[in-house]
Design a protein around this ligand. Structure first.
Ligand SMILES: Cc1ncc(COP(=O)(O)O)c(C=O)c1O
Length: 414
């Protein structure tokens, strides 16, 4: 295994604690939120202890320091994604990033490239997290646009067979996940992006489950907007990122209005600042943004290729061992080609909530339920699953604990 996991775990203070009466913490819920290395915690504490002031406001030293740290963090995120720093917008979460976009489309002037109406369609997929589905459902309702979607095959891949009838000259937006938070499927987006661009549609990528685990370069990806949450990528909660292509951000109308996003204001009107400030109304989440930059630097030091490799080896093992237990069904691709380290499964005769509780008693943290992807789990006929989601601090011993836990749960529940 390429990563020195015992070394890495020392950087994450939470792994020094025990769980449920002295048991080792086996954290297999990084798809929900990742654990935080000490450098991230320190970055937030350091900001509040030494530099706290409102960035981009005030003419004093602290405000200057806060601004410098905040903007340096923007540069760190931009370099991580292969973007320009003016293309990085800080939000409070990926959910907010995606809602920001949906409302910005609503605010577009008639005739502008973002204006959307009953003559248009919005294309999503059946494997979206609710955060990349409901904002588009609501935009479709507000605008009268038609909502269309790619289906999912029984082996958990996107069904692209009807791409030409789904993405047509009427399509305004294609909003799609790069990696499913339920199935672990990684979508090769090339075909969809090419097709969308050939008809003039704008492509929005939900990268919540990909950016923390894979090297994602927005130039290579070729989409128009991309969103992810800091807290799944070692960063603090309360910070999300929206990347947008500069030529689009230049004309995109704002969503939230208030301080710092303006160029000029009178009693009856206002004009807008350039991006990214136009989309960052109000005092930003400075400590969280700075904490995210520390998390990203940590990931870069370990290496995104190495992290992906490490997770692939673990996933291969988990799919094989878990899948060979009688009564266990993996929900999602069974091989590691174009697949991430999120493994959802069901166990015949045991409700996922019961299994989750049983595993929790053994110190094993997994997620159970519909994972905020209700249409997907419903279409697969498995309203709830148990989900193990891995990260750089997991090793084979964590997986062995899970496998043993499932075997024992089967005995316990008869
Ligand atoms: C694929 C995907 N998209 C969007 C989100 C929403 O992220 P957040 O709740 O941090 O806004 C999640 C969170 O689980 C996710 O897994």
């Amino acid at each position: 295994m390429s990563l020195d996991v015992s070394r890495i775990r020392k950087d994450f203070p939470i792994f020094t604690r025990t769980i449920r009466d002295g048991k080792k913490l086996i954290y297999l819920d990084s798809g929900a939120t990742s654990q935080k290395p000490q450098v991230v915690i320190d970055a937030e504490v350091e900001f509040y202890s030494k530099h706290n002031a409102a960035a981009h406001r005030g003419a004093h030293q602290l405000a200057e320091e806060a601004t410098e740290l905040f903007e340096a963090s923007r540069e760190t995120v931009a370099a991580f994604l292969g973007a320009q720093s003016s293309e990085i917008i800080f939000t409070k979460s990926a959910t907010e990033s995606l809602n920001l976009l949906a409302y910005s489309f609503s605010n577009a002037e008639p005739g502008s490239k973002f204006a959307i109406g009953p003559e248009h369609s919005i294309v999503v997929t059946e494997m979206e997290h609710h955060a990349n589905l409901i904002p588009w459902q609501q935009l479709a309702k507000r605008s009268g646009a038609e909502l269309k979607w790619f289906g999912v095959t029984s082996n958990g891949r996107l069904d692209e067979s009807n791409i030409d009838s789904l993405i047509t000259s009427q399509t305004k937006i294609v909003a799609i996940t790069q990696q499913s938070n339920v199935l672990g499927t990684i979508n090769n987006l090339d075909n969809i992006i090419n097709r969308a661009h050939s008809v003039g549609a704008i492509v929005i990528v939900d990268a919540c489950q990909s950016v923390p685990h894979l090297a994602v370069n927005v130039q290579k990806l070729g989409a128009d907007f991309l969103a992810f949450s800091g807290h799944k990528a070692l960063g603090p909660t309360g910070v999300g990122v929206l990347w947008g292509r500069s030529e689009l951000l230049k004309d995109l109308p704002p969503f939230l209005f208030g301080g710092s996003m303006i160029e000029n204001v009178t009693m009856t009107d206002a004009t807008w600042a350039e991006a990214p400030r136009r989309f960052e109304a109000g005092v930003p989440n400075m400590a969280q943004v700075i904490g995210l930059a520390a998390g990203i630097k940590y990931l870069q030091n370990v290496g995104m290729e190495e992290i992906h490799q490490h997770e692939t080896v673990l996933t291969e093992y988990l799919l094989k061992e878990l899948g060979s237990i009688d009564g266990v069904s993996i929900v999602g691709p069974l091989d590691t080609a174009l697949r991430g380290s999120t493994v959802s499964f069901t166990v015949e005769g045991i409700h996922p909530h019961d299994l989750g509780q049983y595993l929790d008693n053994a110190g094993i943290a997994v997620r159970t339920g519909h994972h905020c992807a209700w249409p997907l789990t419903r279409s697969l006929g498995v309203p709830a699953t148990t989900r193990a989601s891995l990260y750089l601090y997991n090793d084979i011993s964590d997986l062995d604990a899970l496998i043993l836990g499932v075997i024992e749960a089967k005995k316990y529940f008869g």
